[in-house]
Design a protein around this ligand. Structure first.
Ligand code: AP5
Ligand code: MG
Length: 215
């Protein structure tokens, strides 16, 4: 398999596509946001340290997140490829991959306009334990308010508030846009229109990945 980065603004559909790609390619999908939310839920020391940033929609400091990712990538299931959802989000984080000798075979940039982001995030519902994501209009669960797989109740994310969404967009433009510009020269960089349906976006991503995996 390959080492793949999914990048894009909040609400672009990174988590939605990661879940579909994980199923198709049987590849571990590492969402730094979900790792942090698990720490918040379990009220660990790390969770307590990061809560102030996450709830405000600000980035967690680079040194903290880089250590989290390094630990995760050292696990055995990552040795044959992985999908990163939400990392790197700063040039320093991208640099940390280079310093660790982590090669990236493809970068998938999901691109959506701001107006769409607000409507997607305000209607989002999530299964807390797995991070599985639904939308009350665009991708409703089979049984309203309940996860399709476990049947457990769905929740809304504590950072899907107007204030936090505004800050997440600001940090996306300031810190993450330069990372996208940096990766644009990579030979396997894909810019995909995330305003299409999840199925259409998925079809574009997978046909691109086929050319990367079987050149
Ligand atoms: P993170 O969890 O990564 O949040 P985010 O980047 O703001 O992105 P989202 O998860 O909100 O959106 P998504 O693109 O995954 O969209 P989704 O598929 O859910 O990070 C959270 C926080 O953690 C950060 O703010 C920061 O504090 C911290 N953090 C994490 N990583 C960090 C890092 N590397 N460095 C520093 N701090 C870090 O879709 C959204 C909604 O739209 C859903 O309801 C979905 O059903 C729906 N939808 C999806 N696709 C479509 C479609 N094609 N059409 C219609 N609806 C769709
Ligand atoms: Mg996500």
């Amino acid at each position: 398999m390959a080492n793949i980065i999914l990048i894009g603004p909040p609400g672009a559909g990174k988590g939605t596509q990661a879940e579909m790609l994980k199923k198709k390619y049987n590849i571990p999908c590492i969402s730094t946001g979900q790792i942090l939310r698990n720490h918040l839920q379990q009220n660990t020391a790390l969770g307590q340290e990061c809560k102030q940033y996450i709830d405000k929609g600000q980035l967690v400091p680079d040194n903290v997140i880089v250590e989290i990712l390094k630990d995760r990538l050292s696990e055995k299931d990552c040795h044959n490829g992985f999908l990163l959802d939400g990392f790197p989000r700063t040039l320093a984080q991208a640099q940390s991959l280079l310093s660790e000798g982590v090669e990236i075979q493809a970068i998938l940039y999901i691109n959506v306009v701001d107006e769409m982001i607000i409507s997607r995030l305000s209607g989002r519902w999530m299964h807390a334990a797995s991070g599985r994501t639904y939308h009350e209009r665009f991708n409703p669960p089979n049984n309203p308010g309940h996860d399709d797989v476990t049947g457990e109740p769905l929740i809304q994310r504590s950072d899907d508030t107007q204030e936090s969404i505004k800050n997440r967009l600001i940090s996306f433009r300031k810190d993450t846009q330069p990372v996208i510009d940096y990766y644009k020269t990579h030979k396997n960089f894909l810019d995909v229109d995330g305003s299409e349906t999840p199925e259409k976006v998925f079809a574009t991503l997978t046909s691109f990945l086929e050319t990367v995996l079987h050149p």
